[in-house]
Structure formats: C-alpha cells, structure tokens
Design a protein around this ligand. Sequence first.
Ligand SMILES: Cc1cc2nc3c(=O)[nH]c(=O)nc-3n(C[C@H](O)[C@H](O)[C@H](O)COP(=O)(O)OP(=O)(O)OC[C@H]3O[C@@H](n4cnc5c(N)ncnc54)[C@H](O)[C@@H]3O)c2cc1C
Ligand code: SF4
Length: 499
Amino acid sequence: MLSPDELEVGRNMEPKEKEKKPKIPRQSMPEQDPRRRRHNYEEVPYGYTDELAKTEASRCLKCKKPLCVTGCPVNIRIPDFIKLIDEGKFIEAAWKLKEQNTLPAVTGRVCPQESQCEAKCILGKKGEPVAIGRLERFAADFERRAGKPKLPELPPPSGKKVAIIGAGPAGLTVAGDLVKLGHKITVFEALQEPGGVLVYGIPEFRLPKEIVKYEVDYLRKLGVEVLTDYVVGKARTVEELFKSGYDAVFIGTGAGLPMFMGIPGENLVGVYSANEYLTRSNLMKAFRFPEYGTAPIRSKRVITVGGGNVAMDSARTAQRLGAESIIVYRRSRDEMPARAEEIHHAEQEGIKLMILTNPVRVIGDEEGRVKAIECIKMELGEPDASGRRRPIPVKGSEFLIECDTVIPSLGNRPNPLIPMTTPALKTTRWGTLEADPDTMETTMKGVFAGGDIVTGAATVISAMGAGKKAAASMHEYMMTGKVTKPVKEEKKEEKEEKK
Ligand SMILES: Cc1cc2nc3c(=O)[nH]c(=O)nc-3n(C[C@H](O)[C@H](O)[C@H](O)COP(=O)(O)OP(=O)(O)OC[C@H]3O[C@@H](n4cnc5c(N)ncnc54)[C@H](O)[C@@H]3O)c2cc1C
Ligand code: SF4
C-alpha cells in the first residue's frame, strides 16, 4: 500500500509506476573532512559514486509534466538525463545534458539548485527533492573522466562571422550554441585564460580549473576560436569589429569592477578587493607559489566584509592561506545571500561569522598598514526595498577587531570600458547595458548582450540562460535580418488550450 505522501508525490505518474516506488532517502555526497580540507585546495565534495548516483536517480518519478524543468533557466530535460543515469547509461546522460547546457560540470557544482530546479521538484513538497545538481555533476564528470566527449555533427558553414566579447559563462554559451548552427565564432577575452569568474573568482576547492579548461577545449574542438589577452575597447572597438567583417557581436563582459565600503582607511596597505584577492590566488595561482610566480598574501587575521558567495570564497581562501578568518556581515545569517551549502562549508572549516556587525573605519599603523577595523553592532528594522529587514546601527556599540587584512566583498559593477568606447550602446543608471530581456538585443544594431553586464552581478546559470536567448536571436538576425520575440510558454499553452 502507498502512504498518502507517496500518492501525493506520484500523482502525475502512471499507476503501475507509482506502485514500484519505494521511499529512498536523498543520497548525500561524500566530502573531504573539514579539518583536512581547511589546509588544502582540493575540491570539497568528492562527488557521487556510480552506485550512489544510480540510487539517487531511482528516486526521480520521471514526471510527465516535470516541474523541475520550469525551475531551470536553460530548460535542461531533467527527467530524461536522470532516467539515463538510472539505467546506468552515464555517458549518454552527459550527452543529453549537453544538448541544453554547454557547461554541466560547472553548473552541477555552482548553481543554486536549492532555489531553482530542486525547489520545484515535486518530491520536495513532502520530503527531500531529487539531488538534481549532484546528478548533473556526476554525469558530466563521468564523461570527462572517460574522455568521450560527443562532438555533434555540424551543419555546413553559414558564411556568417560572430564576435563574442568575454569568455565567461554567457559568452561561452553563445559560442556553443552558434557554432552548432554553422557560424564562425571568435571569442575575445581580456584575461590570459578563458572562463570569466569561473577561473578568476571561484576558487579551486569549489570548481577545479581543469573542468573549466575541459569545457572550453570542447568548444575549441567544435571550431570556436578563443583569443586571450585581448581587451575589446582598447585593442579594437565594437565598431571596428563590424568593419573587420563580423556580422553580429555579443557582449558578455560581466561585472568585474569591485565595490568598496566608502569608509575611512580603505586605502591602507592590507585592504584588498575580493576580486584582487581571489584573482591572485585562482588565476595567478598564488596558492601554488613558488611553482607559480605570484606570492600569496600571508596574513594573521583576515576580516572579510559581506555575506554572499564572493565573501565565502574570500574567507575560505584566507583560511587556507593560513590566516584566522572572520566574516563580518551587517544583517542576520538568514539574510546572507550566499548559497546555504557555502555558508555551511565555511562554518565547518572554522570560519567565524560575526553577524549584525558593520565596519565603520579601517585603522592603520604609522607605516600605513592595516592594524584593526572598527565595527558597530546592528539590529534589524522594517524590510527595505530588497524585502530584507533593514540593518540599523546600535548607538554606542562600536568596538575594535585587530587584523592585518580586510577584504571588502560587497559585490561588483560592470566595467565601463565598452559602453565608453561604443556611443550607440545605452546604459542604465547602474552602468549595466540596456538589452531587451526576451531577445537580448542592445540599442546598437547587430549587437546583443547578456549575463552580468546586463543584470549586474547574478549567477552562472542566469548568464547562460541569457546567452541561450541571445544566440537564438543572433542566429535569426544573421539569417533573416530581423529578430522576433519568442512566444512565452504560458502563451503557447493558452493557444493549445484554445485549439
Ligand atoms: C567570487 C565569486 C563567486 C561566485 N560564486 C557563484 C556561485 O557559486 N554560483 C553562481 O551561480 N554564481 C556565482 N558567482 C556569480 C557568477 O560567477 C557570475 O554571475 C557569472 O560568472 C557571470 O557570467 P558572465 O559571463 O556574465 O561574466 P563573467 O564570468 O564575469 O565573464 C566576463 C568575461 O569578460 C571578460 N571581459 C571583460 N571586459 C572585457 C573586454 N573589454 N574585452 C574582452 N573581454 C572582457 C572578463 O575578463 C571575463 O572573463 C560568483 C561570482 C564571484 C565573483
Ligand atoms: S526531478 Fe523531481 S520534478 Fe523532476 S522529474 Fe524527477 S521527481 Fe519529477
């Protein structure tokens, strides 16, 4: 007999399938012991074994109307790839994922699944959702380790040339989608390695760089040309790209300009933007010094200011570089924007969270080096425009924390270089590019944009979702000279119902 819970979760299944479903708990993923990992850069979770993956995949009800898919910004056919894992067809599962997602090994690791696909999974209504992200990661890793990427058959060349500015998740997604439609793609990347935040921001212990390299190499195998150390706006402008024969341009330059606290003492030696701190460690490989030439920043006590993923990454990096690591955040723990798993991992590794605390000034010694930070206690008032309760300083509660390094991790803004050198592009008051949210067309003909440069700092998967929309519009634009707005899913359903 099925319990009421089981009947509920299986309501859009065939009766025979319902009978077969036993209650299996969500499979946890083995991970490195926190006492060991706080001293190394190896990846924290080990990933599922074949057996764990199959067990987890068997929990999925393979719903006829899968709600999980509605929570995925790139519309991965989630039940289809999970079914393949359930049947032991692991490589086929990865190929299925790659039909929609150019970077499954990346998104399987860094996506906030708990607020996206897994938040919609029907099993989550009464119990624990299917671990979709862990299964995605498993399939993509299996394919990589087996060394069997499936190169799709490409159509004959279209004769059209596309310039993509920025090799982050948005640009790489556009490259993957358009090369498969027969277009010639060149990606221009300012840094020495492609990947955007995936290589310079997110640390090795969360996303090993060999994974990003593998995904970029896959695009290269499909014929995508990637030019590194190439700053568009300096080496060539957008207009010059058109003059040199490109038919369409995509701008995916992200939001790499750090924001500061605006308090006295921020220019002292020992205050680093999170971008600089993380780039030294990740892209410049300071953590592998002296094998690599960049020396790591060795500190005794590091104060990271902020509560997002960037703050968690900075604080966990500081801990691994041997410092005592403290996070100062002005709201409560529940309001921290970082993924729940990242906060949990940071705490497990011994990082101290000082919540409801805000810096007031950084204090230096006679040589201009950081020696302390003055903070004030906060309390929560009424909700503000963001819907979160507004933090209010508690009068007279100022106190000092001795430290030698401060890392403001308050978020990033877009770099103004491209808008400044391309007058036809309109920007918003936040410095982001104006783009149609359905087609990703900018205010300049033939130029499309997506990712953090349009939304401001957001997520990997939202950048990829924008990349997919832009690629579809760019293809239509190059082949027909026009761009039509896609019909929204609800409208499609309305039309079908009327029929
Ligand atoms: C430390 C950190 C941790 C994060 N953690 C997560 C996480 O766990 N999960 C998640 O979903 N999101 C996370 N994010 C956010 C996520 O990484 C971004 O939203 C995403 O990378 C945006 O993708 P993008 O392609 O728009 O831009 P980016 O990834 O920023 O890539 C833009 C690329 O454009 C290049 N570029 C810029 N200007 C030029 C130019 N003029 N010419 C040529 N190239 C140029 C840059 O060098 C960069 O490589 C994190 C961000 C940071 C900083
Ligand atoms: S992951 Fe959840 S919602 Fe999606 S098909 Fe499986 S059981 Fe249904």
